[in-house]
Design a protein around this ligand. Structure first.
Ligand code: ATP
Length: 433
């Protein structure tokens, strides 16, 4: 059998006979010729079977091949006569690994999202879904790369936690042997705050869990979050790090997945405009603007999803909304020294109507103030004793932020709902497959 190659590398084997291993996802032709659409995980190509070029058995196999049958195909690599940079296989031999003998459930016709999600285990093979996972992979790797290159090391935070960042109402509770209840982590932030005293700058990247009953296109109950935390970084610099990170990620995707984005029909012009500086606006300015645009939001309110959509449609760059009223934000956020009612925080909203992709803030570093905040939020003190300890032994100004991977992927891929960006979405109504 000739050398086995991956479809993505066909360009390096022009005019040579090679073997590929994969699946046939579509077919057309009849009579004397068949065009097989082939996929092997690395890419897609077209295999051409001419009746005159192959044995009768091979031609009969091409005729009989059903959608999603797995195959080992041998053929000659040729350049596509019309499309640049595209290579095809003039098929010489077909070995069937498994012939699918039932009709494949996902056909070419339009299916409803609910049907597709019920068949997510199969939908993941569809070309757009493969691409979204590929872009997600680039995003993950570029986040690692950027952070590692900028002095952040990965510190893995636990998933079983005894206490909650912001109360327990939005947490999944599990029984934990004789210890009573544990909660699935909704963010590793507090643990990273401990780690910075050893390593200076760190991040985690893993699944987090939110039991909030939000049924929006932006909310999952299980999603992947990257939390970053840095010692001696204050509010301003915290935003600059986020800005540089997002620019780097978008550049990497444009470099590595340009073709993929085109196949997704993602307009790449808005992505090319993601340059420094991002827009900065205080919560007060945002509310004033939104009210002028017809929203009934008031100055003491958090921005709702609809507000974020309206606001981000106005601009072609991401927007930092800074300094929210402290009462709508978490207890650990440092207050603005210029106005104690505001938090030194910023949410980063992605443009084109996407909305929040990052939440970040400077953290309260003073022991007494933090203790007061815990009490004000009516949180139990005992579980936070270790967290308070961090303010006793060499406390320093520090800041951090959390990126939702699915929201970032959703925006970059131009998908309306983030559930398509995670392999197996978990929402209030969905736990399978
Ligand atoms: P929102 O107000 O939109 O519900 P949040 O303020 O609760 O989000 P954070 O706690 O700051 O969000 O989480 C950090 C990031 O994690 C968010 O900016 C977002 O990208 C992502 N995120 C938060 N909740 C969800 C969710 N339920 N599903 C997917 N991603 C989420």
């Amino acid at each position: 059998m000739p050398q086995r190659v991956f479809i993505k590398d066909l360009k390096d084997h022009k005019d040579r006979e090679v073997t590929i291993k994969g699946w046939m996802f579509n077919k057309r032709g009849s009579g004397k010729i068949f065009f097989l659409q082939l996929r092997d995980g690395s890419g897609v190509t077209q295999g051409i079977v001419f009746k005159n070029d192959v044995s009768e058995e091979v031609f009969a196999l091409a005729e009989a091949l059903t959608m999603e049958s797995s195959v080992i195909i041998t053929g000659l690599v040729t350049a596509h006569p019309k499309q640049e940079d595209t290579y095809e296989l003039q098929i010489r031999d077909i070995e069937v690994v498994q012939m699918v003998d039932e009709e494949y459930p996902i056909s070419k016709k339009e299916h409803g999202t609910s049907f597709l999600l019920d068949n997510r285990h199969l939908w993941l093979r569809s070309s757009k879904q493969i691409i979204i996972q590929r872009v997600r992979n680039t995003i993950i790797n570029s986040i690692y790369k950027y952070l590692n290159n900028n002095g952040f090391i990965k510190i893995d935070s636990p998933i079983f936690t005894p206490n909650a960042c912001e109360g327990t109402t939005e947490l999944f509770e599990v029984e934990y042997f004789d210890e009573g209840s544990a909660y699935l982590s909704q963010s590793g932030q507090l643990y990273l705050e401990a780690a910075i005293f050893g390593v200076g700058r760190c991040f985690d990247f893993g699944p987090v869990f939110r039991a909030e009953k939000s049924k929006t296109r932006r909310h999952l109950t299980e999603f992947w979050m990257m939390d970053a935390e840095a010692a001696f970084v204050e509010h301003e610099e915290n935003m600059e790090i986020q800005e540089d990170l997002i620019i780097y990620v978008v550049e990497e995707v444009l470099k590595r997945n340009l073709r993929d984005l085109k196949t997704l029909e993602r307009d790449i012009e808005p992505l090319k405009k993601i340059k420094k500086p991002f827009i900065r606006m205080t919560h007060k300015e945002a509310v004033d603007k939104l009210r002028k645009m017809g929203s009934d939001i008031t100055h003491d309110m958090d921005l709702g999803g609809d507000d974020e959509t309206i606001l981000t449609k106005e601009f072609d760059k991401p927007i930092f909304i800074e300094k929210y009223p402290a009462e709508v934000k978490a207890f650990y956020m440092k207050r603005d020294p210029k106005d104690e009612n505001l938090s030194l925080c910023a949410d980063l909203l992605a443009p084109e109507g996407y909305g929040e992709i990052i939440g970040g803030s400077e953290r309260e570093a003073d022991y007494e103030t933090l203790l007061k905040r815990i009490k004000e939020h009516e949180l139990p003190i005992e579980p936070f004793n270790w967290y308070l300890d961090l303010r006793k032994y060499g406390s320093v100004p520090h800041s951090g932020f959390g990126i939702g991977l699915e929201r970032l992927t959703g925006w970059i891929c131009g998908r309306k709902h983030i559930r398509e960006t995670i392999p197996f979405p978990r929402t209030i109504k969905r736990l399978t497959p």
